[in-house]
Design a protein around this ligand. Structure first.
Ligand code: NAD
Length: 495
């Protein structure tokens, strides 16, 4: 597939449609040399001791924290988020980076493995070492332009790698701001480089000689990226789309659950990868549907430049048109619009918070992969049917269970096929600074954050060492001694 390069990226405020700034994309021909530049810088970074890596990371994080207000402004303007959400993104990003600064050294330190019972075979002990991969190519998305890029960059460089990363073409300004902060922090020049552009530049990046590809975005594009990486034998970490289910058990308290589900569905205008998209009510769904619709209708939608706004716009005109098509398709397949379902005219790409109800599973297949302010509610007869419905999707990013009886909720949560399961909560726990995050099935594989995330950017190397001339079990010339010793070993440990 050939992808036409864009001449210029035009950043717009999605609340007004007004142009903010233009960014010149990186030419596809220069992506390869930028990757080689990062590789060159990585050669010395690779042998830079942890305390020095940590010092620079800390300097960078402190610089970010000092600019919290400016970051919130930049995110509000380019993504259209309410200020509280932009600041929450800042806090979650800094928390995740802080974890790497505080615990990265220990997580990357070599681990000793004794030989255990195998000492009888004179097998030497081992040290498991976490070595850098080289250069990581990262392709990012726009919905959390700081949180989904900065902590991963921190982990990749903490582990001793170079990084070439591409922000989304829908958030090039936050991308420039992030790269500027990295340039000022004191990392070796070229170690962390940004390329700007759309899919064609992303493709040039993963076709360049990267040692691992990380992709955050839609499942279809993720598969394209995986195909290219696989053809070149390059490992991948992919964080893809979700279609998150919530199971509401009969003992869930209605008022507080409706409030939490409303937030879980419409935070970030529903453009949150772990937003609740499907709600399965065990028992009578009617009162739930009514209250969820009332709650959705009460949200104040508008330009988040004003402080009294709960929900901003979709990211672009194209995103809103795509969203409308999803709603129409779900309605054609039998969904009923309880509230919302229409876009707002005027400047900006707003759409009303939408609650759909369904009597069958049909509309779900039409809605799977939607990225916007909609939630579909369906009644199921019991918890078994709810689990089957939740697991029926091809996506498996996050899932939630709601109810007073924590043991019962936990028992169900353990049966849900998703990378993260939450009980009586949604979305917020993803901010946990060290919990590994990632999906199952079409939602991707590999994990970000914490020890699991950090080690995604390493290769495991095992070192076995013996003293010079130390005793070895097997040496030429063979004699009767070795078979006798092995037979004794078998008797001792494998009888
Ligand atoms: P997208 O797939 O359109 O784009 C993501 C990035 O990939 C962009 O930088 C884009 O330029 C690049 N790209 C697109 N096609 C490419 C190709 N063929 N080769 C290389 N690069 C390519 O997705 P989007 O609109 O930016 O993001 C929305 C999607 O991302 C939603 O489906 C959402 O669920 C998902 N998402 C997932 C997570 C997660 O952590 N799992 C987080 C945020 C968003």
């Amino acid at each position: 597939m050939t992808i036409a390069p864009a001449d210029v990226l035009i950043a717009r405020n999605p609340s007004t449609g007004v142009e903010l700034e233009r960014v010149v994309p990186t030419s596809t021909e220069s992506v390869g040399p930028i990757v080689e530049g990062a590789r060159e810088a990585q050669r010395s970074w690779n042998i830079t001791a942890w305390p020095e890596r940590r010092r620079i990371l800390k300097q960078w994080a402190q610089g970010l924290a000092r600019q919290a207000d400016a970051w919130a402004d930049a995110i509000c303007q380019e993504i259209g988020k309410p200020r509280g959400e932009a600041l929450a993104e800042m806090v979650m990003s800094l928390d995740a980076i802080r974890w790497t600064i505080n615990h990265g050294g220990r997580a990357l330190a070599a681990e000793k493995l004794g030989a255990g019972w195998q000492s009888f075979l004179l097998i030497p002990g081992a040290r498991v070492c976490y070595r850098p991969l080289g250069v990581v190519g990262m392709i990012g998305t726009w919905n959390y332009p700081l949180f989904l890029n900065a902590p991963a960059i921190a982990q990749a460089v903490a582990a001793g790698n170079g990084v070439v990363w591409k922000p989304s073409e829908l958030a090039p300004l936050v991308g420039c701001k992030l790269q500027e902060s990295l340039d000022k922090a004191g990392f070796p020049p070229g170690l962390i480089a940004m390329v700007q552009g759309g899919a064609e530049v992303g493709r040039a990046l993963i076709e360049a000689r990267v040692d691992k590809g990380m992709f955050t975005g839609g499942s279809e594009n993720g598969r394209r990226v995986l195909t290219t990486l696989a053809a070149n034998g390059v490992p991948a970490l992919v964080e893809l789309s979700g279609f998150d289910p919530a199971i509401v058990l009969p003992d869930a308290p209605r008022a507080s659950t409706v409030r939490s589900l409303t937030w879980g569905a419409f935070v970030g205008c529903g453009q949150t990868c772990v937003a609740v998209k499907r709600i399965y009510i065990v028992g009578d769904a009617e009162p739930w549907i009514k209250e969820l619709a009332e709650s959705a209708r009460s949200l104040r939608v508008g330009d988040p430049a004003s402080p009294d706004i709960d929900m901003g716009p979709l990211i672009s005109e194209a995103a809103r048109e795509r969203f409308d098509r999803y709603i129409r398709a779900a309605v054609e397949r039998g969904a009923e619009v309880v509230t919302g379902g229409e876009s707002r005219s005027g400047p900006g790409w707003f759409s009303a918070p939408t609650v759909l109800s369904a009597r069958s599973a049909e509309p779900e297949s039409a809605l799977a992969g939607v990225f916007g302010p909609v939630v579909l509610v369906r009644q199921v007869k019991d918890a078994e049917e709810a689990v089957a419905a939740a697991n029926s999707s091809r996506f498996g990013l996050a899932a939630s269970v709601w109810g007073r009886d924590l043991d019962a909720a936990r028992a169900l949560a353990g049966r849900l096929d998703a990378g993260t399961v939450t009980i009586n909560d949604a979305v917020t726990p993803i901010g946990h600074a060290s919990a590994p995050f990632g999906g199952t099935k079409a939602s991707g594989f590999g994990r970000i954050h914490g020890v699991h995330g950090l080690r995604e950017f390493t290769q495991t190397q095992v070192e076995h060492a013996r003293h010079v001339g130390g005793l070895r079990p097997q040496l030429f010339p063979y004699s009767q001694r070795i078979p006798a010793m092995l037979k004794a070993y078998l008797r001792l440990f494998h009888r």
